[in-house]
Design a protein around this ligand. Structure first.
Ligand SMILES: Nc1ncnc2c1ncn2[C@@H]1O[C@H](COP(=O)(O)OP(=O)(O)OP(=O)(O)O)[C@@H](O)[C@H]1O
Ligand SMILES: [Mg+2]
Length: 214
């Protein structure tokens, strides 16, 4: 598993920069994975696709030891859908929370995080995903969040990232926010990234890398 300890991984970059490619490479090593698949783009190799939380719940019940499932939410109400999914997964992880022997971790991957967990406008009754950002490690739920925009993602995710990937950027507010974290030298390199090139930040350290393409 890429996410060994129920960590929170962020993947950010402009359209076509290589985020989903990176995410798809990560998901190969996951044993228990739910994808919040806003664009319905993960219905491929070994990923089962569902269109409602009821379907998802049934699929998880039947495959609880091992699953790779993409939930395609209703787009217009995706903020509420991510909240409800988060509450549901936390409930299903109750055995892990209670230290029941054999209870396993799981990973939730969220596409278009800026759209479903936005920096502003979230009301207190929609904080299910925020709860996973802050306490997900205790629930055994790792997170992978993907977004074209960095500054447009709610701070509860950004402030809790254990590892982040930054591909090429084109939004000045995002570039300024990233600059504040890593400094100008890294920004200069980032601004000349080709598609699929990224820098990875972990515990304050920066490393450069590239998606493996085939
Ligand atoms: N293995 C590969 N080899 C070469 N090119 C690839 C490979 N996988 C994906 N691509 C191309 O790289 C481009 C960017 O990929 P990707 O879908 O990861 O971008 P993205 O950052 O997720 O974009 P968006 O924000 O629009 O979803 C796509 O045009 C895709 O066709
Ligand atoms: Mg993508």
């Amino acid at each position: 598993m890429i996410i060994k300890n129920a960590e929170r991984v962020g993947i950010f970059g402009k359209s076509g920069s290589g985020k989903s490619t990176r995410a798809k490479q990560m998901l190969h090593s996951e044993q228990r994975l739910v994808i919040f698949d806003t664009m319905g783009e993960y219905g491929e190799e070994g990923v089962y696709q569902v269109h409602s939380l009821a379907q998802l719940k049934q699929y998880l019940a039947e495959n609880w030891r091992q699953f790779k499932v993409a939930y395609v939410p209703p787009y217009a109400t995706r903020v509420e859908a991510l909240h409800k999914l988060s509450v549901m997964l936390r409930g299903l992880q109750q055995p892990y929370i209670n230290n029941v022997p054999g209870a396993q971790k799981m990973t939730l991957m969220v596409e278009e995080l800026n759209g479903c967990f936005p920096v502003s406008g979230l009301t207190a009754n929609l904080m299910g995903f925020a709860d996973l950002c802050g306490r997900g490690r205790h629930f055994g739920i790792g997170l992978i969040g993907i977004s074209q925009r960095f500054a447009a993602v709610h701070n509860d995710f950004r402030a809790n990232m254990s590892e982040s990937y930054f591909f090429g950027q084109d939004n000045s507010a995002d570039i300024r926010t990233i600059q504040g974290m890593v400094g100008q030298e890294v920004i200069d390199k980032m601004m000349s990234f080709q598609p699929h090139e990224f820098f990875k930040r972990r515990a304050g350290n920066v490393e450069y890398g590239k998606n493996e393409l085939w």
